[in-house]
Ligand binder design. Structure first.
Ligand code: ACO
Length: 409
């Protein structure tokens, strides 16, 4: 407990009083050693390592190892971890029949919530959340199978055959092939896109006690199985105020583009500032960052690299996004509220350039965040102070009253 933190449990034990904090603006729900954010400085560290160094010097599986184990792997640990994950990339063949139960036009997040929860019906040796060995196997399975499931959901939606994983490729290269390869021809992984995707995964891997992570912790605190807890996180991530913002942001940019592009930015910004319009600048603002989200900076760089590689330097949506950002950063409305671009502002443009359909953006986020959810779940279960999560309420409804006979109500 830091100097500015009141341990409310002690206060409750002494006085029976509890706090009222809707939206948890000032409530720390746990101790954690995983991710540190300094919202004023715009700093993000995973296990002490700056996100900028991880994104440029490590790959996603290194980051997974770091989040799960507390430090980066040495050469042997790295190779063993890669082999372990690769061993689990296939999913049970029955999963495809489960998938076939969905409409082809189902939103991928609806499909993923179902498929991930459904894993617990297939892997009985990794469902006991209180057993460290079960949790370990579940962690590896989830990290390994998420790309396979996301790609299967995509292929199913467009009516193409599933691609089995090819385990001599990197984690991200394998995902690109499962998404865009076909059984008819050899798929050659573009190293720039592979690296860009890997960076997207690293930037989304964890972000301390956000809504979906808190959901995973709360769900897991009842002792449910790890697959069910992660499925709950996926469901929460779907919302446009959270992971769904990348999809909403791209839709917003496309809308402005359809209405006239950069020339319509001023008009759009007026709507955003009008509280009655209900319009927000998606991909802007954050509960914790009151400065530039460091992930957004890295994402903007990645955007430049990917668009240059694909000859899309003049991408109108990228131009539009940069114009919106420029105007917002000089506008009193955004400046006074400390609203800056968040990770979702540029990630959609990168994903769209890679060929990922807009409705799969949040699925990519879920894939990447799975490791963070598991690391947080492990940390919670291993904490000797861990209890089932059970918020209190301020009851403001009717006082006790008697049921009247139906004719007299
Ligand atoms: N556009 C316009 N105004 C905004 C925006 C925005 N994107 N974000 C916040 N504001 C305004 C609010 O209306 C509020 O104004 P007020 O003080 O006049 O009432 C003020 O800024 C503070 O915002 P809150 O909504 O109180 O901040 P909160 O911490 O509750 O919400 C959130 C944070 C949900 C991220 C919000 O900024 C938002 O909706 N942003 C757009 C959606 C988005 O990009 N979400 C992704 C977040 S990152 C992630 O999940 C990976």
């Amino acid at each position: 407990v830091g100097p500015d933190v009141i341990d409310i449990r002690k206060l409750y034990a002494q006085t029976g009083k509890f706090t009222y904090d809707p939206g948890f603006l000032s409530t720390a729900s746990c101790n954690s050693t995983i991710t540190y954010i300094d919202g004023d400085k715009g700093e993000l560290l995973y296990r002490g390592y700056p996100i900028e160094q991880l994104a440029t010097q490590c790959d996603y599986l290194d980051t997974c190892y770091l989040l799960l184990n507390g430090d980066l792997p040495d050469a042997t640990q790295r190779s063993d971890f890669h082999k372990l994950v690769i061993n689990h990339t296939m999913v049970n063949e029955q999963m495809q029949f489960f998938l076939r139960g969905f409409r082809r036009d189902a939103h991928p997040m609806a499909v993923l919530t179902g498929l991930i929860g459904g894993l617990s019906a297939f892997y009985h040796d990794s469902t006991d959340i209180n057993n460290p060995e079960h949790r370990h196997v579940a962690a590896i399975r989830l990290i390994a199978k998420m790309p396979t499931l996301v790609a299967m959901a995509y292929k199913y939606g467009i009516g193409q055959p599933y691609m089995y994983p090819k385990n001599d490729l990197s984690y991200s290269g394998n995902f690109l092939r499962m998404m865009f390869g076909t059984p008819c021809e050899e798929y050659v992984v573009n190293p720039v896109l592979e690296r860009a995707l890997d960076r997207i995964f690293i930037l989304h891997a964890d972000h301390e006690q956000n809504a979906s992570t808190s959901t995973v912790r709360l769900c897991g605190s009842s002792g449910t199985n790890p697959f069910a807890a992660i499925a709950a996180g996926v469901a929460c991530l779907w919302g446009p105020a959270h992971g769904g913002a990348n999809e909403a942001c791209l839709n917003m940019l496309e809308d402005i583009q359809r209405q006239g592009g950069v020339s319509k930015v001023g008009e759009f910004m007026e709507k955003v500032k009008d509280k009655n319009s209900g319009v927000k600048l998606m991909g802007f603002g954050h509960r914790v960052y009151k400065n530039y989200d460091p992930r957004a900076k890295l994402m903007q760089e990645t955007c430049n690299e990917v668009l240059a590689e694909l000859g899309l330097e003049n991408d109108p949506l990228f131009k539009l996004a940069k114009e919106l950002e420029k105007i917002a950063l000089e506008d009193e409305y955004f400046v006074s509220r400390k609203l800056y671009p968040n990770v979702d502002f540029y990630s959609g443009i990168v994903q769209r350039a890679i060929g990922i359909p807009v409705n799969l953006f949040t699925g990519i986020f879920a894939l990447a965040r799975t490791v963070g959810w598991i690391a947080q779940l492990n940390e919670m279960i291993s904490d000797p102070e861990y209890k089932i999560g059970r918020p209190r309420q301020l009851f403001v409804g009717a006082a006790s009253r008697d049921v009247q006979p139906v004719g007299e109500r």
